[in-house]
Design a protein around this ligand. Structure first.
Ligand code: HEC
Length: 143
């Protein structure tokens, strides 16, 4: 039975689970869910589009919320990267929402996660919501 469940889990999740973590049933932002190259692209998107309001150090200011640090993270713990992805995709940039394509959104979200000290890995952050919805934003790595 255990074998069967593990086998099914590997069929279902094998496509996007890091190979080194075969027995896990969930993924978090601590598992290396974006690549350094993607962060570099996201940094460019951020500089061109988001800096204007959220500032270079992601501190925000005035009405604009920060995208890094305790205040930002506390609001997002327990949510999934899918929710963060859609928040950006649907509502940002505030004055021109919906103007980023899915790849730009994934890249800029990767940059935001990186800036918040989550580790890079070998697989790019997906543009697909069903994959992103599996990745939880947690305040510590799973023990
Ligand atoms: C014209 C100004 C402006 C620009 C440009 C802009 N934002 Fe925002 N953003 C805001 C404001 C103001 C808020 C808070 C109000 C709101 O939630 O709508 C916000 C909120 C957010 C939030 C939610 C933060 C939280 O913790 O709830 C995220 C995530 C975000 N922005 C990401 C981005 C990204 C990524 C970009 C660039 C692609 C971007 N924003 C561009 C003004 C802006």
């Amino acid at each position: 039975m255990i074998f069967k469940n593990k086998f099914l889990a590997s069929l279902l999740f094998g496509a996007f689970m890091p190979a080194a973590l075969p027995a896990q049933t969930s993924v978090s932002v601590w598992d290396g869910v974006f690549t350094p190259g993607q962060v570099a692209r996201g940094r460019t998107v951020y500089a061109e589009i988001c800096t204007e309001c959220h500032e270079r150090a992601l501190t925000g200011g005035g009405e604009t919320r920060p995208l890094a640090g305790d205040r930002f993270l506390t609001g997002w713990y327990g949510e999934t990267v899918g929710t963060l992805f859609d928040r950006v995709r649907v509502t940002m940039p505030l004055t021109k929402p919906g103007t980023l394509n899915r790849q730009q959104v994934a890249d800029v979200v990767a940059f935001v996660l990186y800036f918040n000290n989550f580790p890079a890995g070998k697989t790019e952050l997906s543009t697909r919501l069903e994959v992103l919805n599996q990745i939880r934003i947690t305040n510590e790595p799973r023990r």
